[in-house]
Design a protein around this ligand. Sequence first.
Ligand code: SF4
Ligand code: SF4
Length: 300
Amino acid sequence: MNNPSYLSLSSKELESRSERAFSLLSCCNICPRNCRINRIKGERGCCGIGARPTVSSYFPHFGEEKVLTGRHGSGTVFLTGCNLSCVYCQNYEISQMKVGEEFSFEGLAEIMVSLQRKGCCNINFVTPTSQVPAILKSLTFAVKKGLNIPLVYNTNAYDSVETLELLEGIFDIYMPDMKYHGEQEARKYSKISGYPRVAQIAIKEMHRQVGDLKVNREGVAKKGLLVRHLVLPNDLSKTEGVLRFIKEEVSENTFINIMGQYRPFYKAFDHPELSKAITSREHRRYVEFAEQIGLKRVYS
Ligand code: SF4
Ligand code: SF4
């Protein structure tokens, strides 16, 4: 396994990235929600998270895509809070009810190193967007403790380019879940405006930084973009639009996981159109569509 990119940066550069990220917290515009509140002074915006790392759980995860798990699992860190509020969120206790614990920066560094000691092939930060400053600061400690596996940015794609630029050369693997192609659905079911456009720009920036997904001899991801897309029932995620965007504006070699495991959770039952799972026939239709339009690395 090659060394992850962040080991090529000097400690001064890593510290400077962390400081620049922290400077965004005093009038928070870490993500395109642009809450403009002071998280350093303890104010909370839409994501509900302060300035310190806030973690719900961490463990070697074997349920992720095979390219991420390797033999010993993906070192997954479930971060608390989220900048979206999806009515069907499977992890709503973590994302909406903010179940989790605040750690010191050294504490999050120790979590990373402990997952590496267990043999994990990467550190996979779930919903990292609002905690970018905390992750960068913790990374400066983790590198001193010997961290040497790639970082995965496992995001809902509602990310700003300015924040992503701070991650260039630090995160080797970007894994955005491109949730919607339709503005109206994003607003109704995830309480977010402008999602499709923001996500498209963010994913292009991620691809610019890391390119198509590359794997090592064991088939484990070392660098690149891995797009996920959760198919919602009744075509509410407008899947064909998402797939066309990936093919036409990102790359036909994008590794894309078309996920068919939607189940109603949380407040989905308030919306009859979201209250059922998708059928394997519906899912198959989208996988075939992706292949027909020329996407070459479709995973399902
Ligand atoms: S990171 Fe949180 S507080 Fe900052 S802009 Fe986004 S949602 Fe608002
Ligand atoms: S983006 Fe993901 S974690 Fe956040 S609320 Fe939606 S489903 Fe939950």
